[in-house]
Each structure stands twice: as C-alpha cells, then as structure tokens.
Design a binder for this molecule. Structure first.
Ligand code: DC
Length: 234
C-alpha cells in the first residue's frame, strides 16, 4: 500500500482516555486528512442496543442489530457527526451509561465484523487518520503510519474527569480510574482483535507530554514516513 505525497493511512490505537481522538482530530486537521473515530461506531450501536433493552450478553441479538443498523460519518468544517439510522447521535454516544456498556457490545465478533467492513471501506482512498483499538493490528494492517498512544490509568482518569465535568457531570476520580481499568481489561482480553500494540507501531506515552508535543511528534513521524516513501526507502 504505497501512496504518493499526502495520502497516507494513519492508524492510532491505544486504551480509553489516552487522548487518541483529540490528537487524531488535530493531526488530521493540520494535514488535511479525514479523521475516522471508530469508537463512535461501537458507541452508536450501544445507544441503539440500550434503547431497545437488548441484554448485552446476548451476542446473537447484538450481531443481528449490527447487521440491520446503518451507521455513517458526516463531516462539516472538520467536525465529525455520527449518524445512526438517519439520526445524529453524536451527543447521545458520550453519556456515562454508553461508556460503561460499550465494551460489552464491542467484544461481540458479529458486531466487529460489520464495523470493520465499514472502517475498511472508509479507509480505501487514503488520506485518513483512523483511531481505535485494533486499527494497526487488524483493521488496516498495511497502514503506513501506526501509533500506539497510551498514558497511566490515573492520568487517563483525570483527563476523562475534566471532560465530563466540562459537560456538567459529577465525577469521582477513583471510580473513573476503576472503570477505565475494567474497560482496558475487557478490551485487551477479548478474543477477537484485542487492544494490542502492533509490532510495527511507534509507542507514545502521553502521561507527561503536552497536547501540542504529542501532535507535533505524530506529524513529524508522518512527514518522515512520507519522505522515506518518496525516496523509496520503505
Ligand atoms: O475510543 P472509545 O472510548 O470511544 O471506544 C469505545 C469502546 O469501543 C471501547 O470500549 C473500545 C471499543 N473499540 C473497539 O473495540 N475497537 C475500536 N476500533 C474502537 C473502539
């Protein structure tokens, strides 16, 4: 998968709260790439499952739901909206209830098969930054740039707390840290495409880095990859 110039495929993976989406959004904006938030897709399906009262251990029901649900991403001025069956669920996917339950939906193989198909279709033309858990290892193993972004569980809990507080939620940091650890465990131990650093991904621990430092580091890595690919080194 070699592309000229700017149309690379960039995969950013890592655990919850490592800052993937804010960083990926900024990098794609700066480079004129399209940002694809794959977590939002699993969240959208979780919204629907919760609304329908589906028991989240019922894998067959969740697989059926994934098959019959239409999920789309739309963009306006670099802002991504997630559309489920024609409804904009960009706000609904961010509630604590969805965050607490989404891992249970995302671990179902039938759900993942549907989402991965959609993600691969979206990546076909290149010029994208896709973030998730299994992008570099499973969804787009041929991506030219792979980044595994992480931070300590405490730091991630503190960042999530700031976001939630800004949206008007009351938070308990210890509880959040526990929730994050639980999600990490479910995401890393599931059978299909678990959260894992790809062997050819660069690791960035953002615990002690500023947002701009992380963005700059990733952009430099992408530019370097473009230069190498232009010179035929990769
Ligand atoms: O990144 P996020 O918090 O919005 O992700 C929501 C959930 O979806 C999380 O539990 C992990 C899961 N997920 C996944 O399994 N694979 C992806 N590519 C993206 C997210």
């Amino acid at each position: 998968m070699r592309r000229e110039g700017r149309n690379l495929v960039v995969a950013i993976d890592g655990p919850a709260g490592a800052g993937k989406s804010t960083v990926a959004r900024q990098v794609s904006k700066d480079l004129g790439y399209i940002y694809i938030d794959t977590g939002a897709m699993y969240r959208a399906l979780t919204v629907k499952a919760l609304r329908q009262g589906i028991i989240l251990s019922d894998e067959a029901a969740l697989s059926r739901l994934a098959k019959e649900t239409e999920i789309r991403l739309t963009y306006q001025d670099h802002t991504q909206a997630i559309i489920m069956d024609g409804e904009d669920v960009s706000v609904a996917i961010r509630t604590p209830q969805v965050s607490q339950n989404v891992s249970l939906v995302a671990r179902v193989p039938g759900v993942r098969t549907e989402m991965v198909e959609l993600q691969r279709r979206l990546a076909q033309k290149g010029g994208i930054v896709m973030d998730g858990r299994d992008i570099g290892t499973f969804v787009l193993p041929e991506a030219e740039c792979k980044i595994f972004l992480t931070a300590s569980a405490r730091e991630r809990a503190m960042r999530r707390a700031r976001d939630l507080e800004a949206s008007g939620y009351e938070v308990d940091i210890d509880e959040l840290e526990k929730e994050i650890a639980t999600r990490d465990r479910i995401d890393s131990t599931r059978e299909m495409a678990p959260l894992q650093q790809a062997s050819d991904a660069i690791l960035i621990d953002t615990s002690d880095m500023s947002f701009n430092e992380v963005v700059d580091k990733i952009k430099e890595y992408i530019r370097q990859t473009q230069r190498n690919s232009f010179m035929g080194l990769e």
